[in-house]
Unconditional design. Structure first.
Length: 420
């Protein structure tokens, strides 16, 4: 719905899309609060050692650069062609952006959003009507000391991502027997195997589960570690594979880093290496941890079943949205991805292995039955892993044509002029 300035917009999450959405809203004259449970770009910092596939030019906006230059004439952005590590992206762009006058006073760091509702309406009332917008949103927040408080806003944009909410590693996505008990012992992120996580992996046996780029990153790093320390070993477990290997190569891939990772991971899987054991078409059935021996005991099943033991388990099996935040709102979710339905439906129409072969799907794809509540960024794709920051920037532009009620509104085009 169109919302006049100066309305209050709550943005949940200070990742790249939350920050850019906040900036856009500030330029248009809205009051903005950005609630972030950790620090700026907390999720990216968890994989900060990994080099991004997409060059910086795809991960920044003209509005962001203009705000940074207006704040500090000496600011020098990374080159548009540079593929930065996650940490560099945060240090050289997102963090300085969060320090600009436009955003700094609007950031509420260390504040987790627990749930969002309407104070005068339950989920099942005023079904799908704009009358639901008559009362502001009630946002339950929790600070880092555990104290709870309530905030209000006329518009809520949920950009809390998915990275903090990993899938289960067990067969069919249901936890393996024993997995729930060991949630804190199993590594679901992308460990810095050649850096800070080296002591946990060097000279030890690691089980890596998953067939996406994160799993490939972990396996390739472990194989490198094994070149330096040959008593290091990795077992790579995947549900499905092809003749090329577990990762489907993208023809004439424009992202060089992605192409290199794919071919290196597939080579390790298919050509064999004394330190890498590839186990295709197998699943994790059960897992136990032996405290005395500091070992995981696992049962794996495919055509045959087998038992093994490992020092470390890394489950890079994707992530899902935390839908609990908007459980009391009328959000229509996709039954396959748990993303908002309209967007999921249009994404379903174009199935491509290459996330570069996509564009934003227009303003209407971002709406759902709950008026003035929007899901942008990685979370808008639900479990679909093909989201890119560049898509999120387009989503922001599209969304504010609705909120600002101007079909031709595009601050990215006018950013330079706006800030002189
Ligand atoms: C290893 C790896 C490499 C990647 N490489 C690329 C790449 O090259 N190019 C690319 O475009 N994308 C890449 N991605 C995807 C990238 O992570 C996303 O595109 C991007 O981070 C999405 O931004 P976002 O703002 O939507 O979500 P996020 O970056 O996930 O930010 C969400 C924020 O919300 C906060 N939050 C979560 N829950 C709450 C809550 N309840 N209350 C308050 N705050 C909360 C989190 O702490 C976090 O700061 C990569 C991902 C991984 C894992």
């Amino acid at each position: 719905m169109a919302v006049d300035t100066p309305a209050r917009i709550a943005i949940l999450g200070a990742g790249p899309i939350g920050l850019e959405a906040a900036l856009y809203a500030r330029f248009l004259g809205y009051d903005v609060d950005i609630y972030e449970r950790g620090c700026v770009a907390d999720n990216i910092l968890r994989w900060g050692h990994v080099r991004m596939f997409s060059p910086f030019g795809m991960n920044r906006s003209t509005l962001g650069l203009a705000a940074l230059r207006a704040q500090d004439e000496s600011y020098v952005p990374p080159g548009d062609d540079e593929c930065l590590t996650g940490l560099d992206y945060v240090d050289r762009y997102l963090l300085p952006l969060s320090h600009t006058d436009l955003l700094a006073d609007h950031l509420r760091l260390g504040i987790e959003v627990v749930g969002v509702g309407r104070p005068d309406l339950l989920k099942g009332e005023e079904i799908g009507t704009e009358d639901r917008a008559d009362s502001d949103f009630r946002i339950l927040c929790r600070d880092s000391a555990g104290a709870e408080f309530v905030a209000a806003a006329e518009v809520v944009i949920d950009t809390t991502g998915v990275f903090g909410n990993p899938n289960w590693a067990g067969q069919g996505g249901v936890p393996a027997i024993g997995e729930m008990m060991l949630r804190d012992r199993i590594e679901y992120g992308v460990p810095d195997v050649l850096g800070s996580a080296r002591p946990q992996h060097v000279g030890r046996k690691t089980l890596v589960i998953g067939a996406g780029y994160s799993a490939a990153t972990t396996v390739v790093a472990l194989a490198k570690l094994a070149e330096e320390a040959p008593d290091t070993h990795v077992t790579w477990l995947v549900r499905q594979t092809s003749a090329a290997g577990p990762l489907a190569p993208i023809a004439d891939d424009r992202l060089v880093g992605r192409a290199t990772l794919t071919s290196e991971a597939n080579r390790l899987a298919t050509s064999g290496s004394p330190q890498v054991t590839f186990k295709p078409r197998m699943n994790l059935v059960s897992v136990k941890y032996d405290e005395a021996a500091s070992k995981f005991h696992v049962e794996l099943a495919g055509e045959v079943s087998e038992k093994d033991e490992f020092d470390v388990i890394v489950a890079n099996v994707g992530s899902r949205p935390d839908t609990g935040i908007y459980r009391e709102l009328q959000v229509h979710q996709c039954y396959a991805t748990e993303g908002p339905m309209k967007l999921a439906a249009v994404l379903q129409e174009t199935v491509s292995g290459d996330c570069l072969a996509q564009t934003a799907r227009g303003p209407q794809s971002l709406t759902n039955p709950e008026p003035d509540f929007y899901i942008l960024g990685a979370k808008s794709y639900g479990r679909n892993p093909s989201f890119l920051v560049s898509i999120g920037l387009e989503q922001i532009r599209d969304l504010f044509t609705i909120i600002g009620d101007r079909a031709d509104l595009d601050l990215y085009k006018t950013a330079i002029r706006l800030l002189g």
